[in-house]
Design a protein around this ligand. Structure first.
Ligand SMILES: Cc1cc2nc3c(=O)[nH]c(=O)nc-3n(C[C@H](O)[C@H](O)[C@H](O)COP(=O)(O)OP(=O)(O)OC[C@H]3O[C@@H](n4cnc5c(N)ncnc54)[C@H](O)[C@@H]3O)c2cc1C
Length: 411
């Protein structure tokens, strides 16, 4: 494959894809097109070290300008793709220019779910980009009143931890579900996280929804809840989830549901068009069906699969999903997918700040492992899940038992 490869979206998936193509020997032209003006950067620090002021954008680069120059990859940053003409194999840019492609990657990611109430007053933020994070950080530095975070998912809780822990703000998290992290974590981990936040002084309001955001003179002043309470607020952060950027694909006639539909080769219906990362709905054996994942692992591994398939290799996306979060000095890591698990076995002392929860499905097979400050155990869990090894409960519960031995035994 020596033709022109174009990638849309210059973030984790798009950058990994173009880098992998060169590694795998593609010697034709490559163009990376990204709507954001900033050089491609890592998104996870936005709610963690960057928000805490302990890292700068220079330390967050995915790849710097030198890499693209030396690899002969043309970057078009600060410009969006507005349309894909599949018949002509062209993309149309926001300035009207067209770019021909022989193969195309859609790595368009997601955007924050819009608040149903329409335009927001001053002091209300969502967090996705470096620009969003810089504005929120500045506003937090100047905020003289309480902070309300709407949504008790990972991003909302990381922000709560950073704004409370480093900024000393008065922080309330409002979550409509009965517990925190309802979508992504087990009830064991969610209870542990809730306790840690409460100990640190974060107010947690679960099982209650936000009905309105009140403003005075164009500035946010309060958040109203459906139990009748009113929370005064100088700053509100909406962490209510994301929606996939799939309109380009849909308008080009590519099947989409909650994401651009791809197969195990990361190919769309059109053999010349691949998709990778947060924007895809893909078959995943660890989910037992189609899923859209929002994590760096998925963006990187799908991008590498797409590049390998494009280079004619027999590749298929089949990696254990994994994810991490940092909150109040806890390194939380999840290998596998917790959803659908029916039994859990603790290991070590997760409540005490170092341990794990092993989760099993109805068939008795290991489905996921959540670790607290145990990176080596997390790495082991990824290997166990990839190999389909389910450790016996008594061995998990015995922290002195080295589970690594299970990997060397014949299955
Ligand atoms: C605050 C925050 C913290 C996070 N923390 C973690 C973490 O701890 N661990 C973890 O695993 N994951 C974390 N994530 C999720 C992780 O960042 C995403 O999974 C990852 O960024 C997905 O990469 P992507 O390339 O698929 O999409 P994105 O990173 O969303 O990038 C898509 C890019 O495409 C561009 N784009 C979209 N449409 C167009 C168009 N038409 N033309 C040109 N460009 C376009 C967008 O501007 C964007 O730059 C976090 C995310 C956020 C926001």
């Amino acid at each position: 494959m020596g033709g022109h490869v174009v990638a849309i979206g210059a973030s984790h998936a798009g950058v990994q894809f173009v880098a992998a193509l060169r590694e795998l020997g593609h010697d034709g032209p490559i163009t990376l097109i990204g709507e954001e003006v900033a050089w491609p950067y890592q998104r996870p620090p936005l709610s963690k070290a960057f928000m805490a002021g302990s890292t700068a954008p220079d330390n967050m680069a995915l790849r710097g300008p030198d890499f693209f120059d030396m690899s002969g990859i043309v970057t078009r940053l600060g410009i969006a793709v507005r349309a894909i003409d599949r018949a002509r194999q062209q993309v149309v840019l926001s300035d009207g220019e067209t770019v021909d492609y022989d193969a195309l990657l859609l790595a368009t990611g997601t955007r924050p779910r819009p608040w149903p109430g329409g335009p927001m007053p001053e002091g209300v933020f969502a967090l996705r980009s470096l620009g969003d994070a810089a504005c929120l950080r500045t506003a937090a530095e100047h905020a003289s009143g309480p902070v309300v975070i709407v949504g008790g998912g990972y991003i909302g809780l990381e922000l709560a931890a950073t704004l409370r822990g480093k900024g000393g703000h008065d922080v309330t998290v409002v979550e409509a579900a009965p517990r925190l992290l309802a979508r992504a974590a087990s009830s064991d981990l969610s209870a542990l996280v809730a306790r840690r936040h409460a100990e640190a002084g974060v107010r947690l309001r679960t099982d209650v929804g936000v009905t309105e955001i009140d403003a005075r003179d164009g500035k946010v002043v309060a958040v109203r809840l459906n139990d009748g309470s009113v929370l005064p607020a100088a700053l509100v952060v909406l962490g209510i989830g994301v929606v996939p950027n799939q309109e380009l694909a849909m308008e080009a006639g590519l099947p989409c549901e909650n994401g651009i539909i791809v197969d195990r080769q990361c190919q769309t219906l059109d053999p010349a068009i691949f998709a990778a990362g947060d924007c895809t709905l893909h078959p995943n054996r660890f989910a037992g069906g189609m899923i859209r994942l929002e994590c760096v692992q998925n963006a990187h591994d799908q991008a590498r699969t797409a590049a390998a398939v494009l280079m004619g290799q027999e590749a298929s996306y089949d990696t254990v999903p994994w994810f991490w979060s940092d909150q109040f000095g806890m390194k939380l890591q999840t290998a596998g997918l917790v959803e659908g698990s029916v039994r859990s076995v603790p290991r070590g002392a997760p409540e005490g700040g170092r341990g794990a929860f092993y989760h099993f499905g109805p068939d008795g097979c290991l489905k996921a492992v959540e670790t607290v400050n145990m990176p080596a155990e997390h790495m082991l869990a990824r290997k166990l899940l990839a190999a389909g090894v389910s450790p016996p409960a008594d061995q998990i519960a015995d922290p002195g038992h080295d589970l690594r031995g299970l990997l060397s035994k014949p299955l």
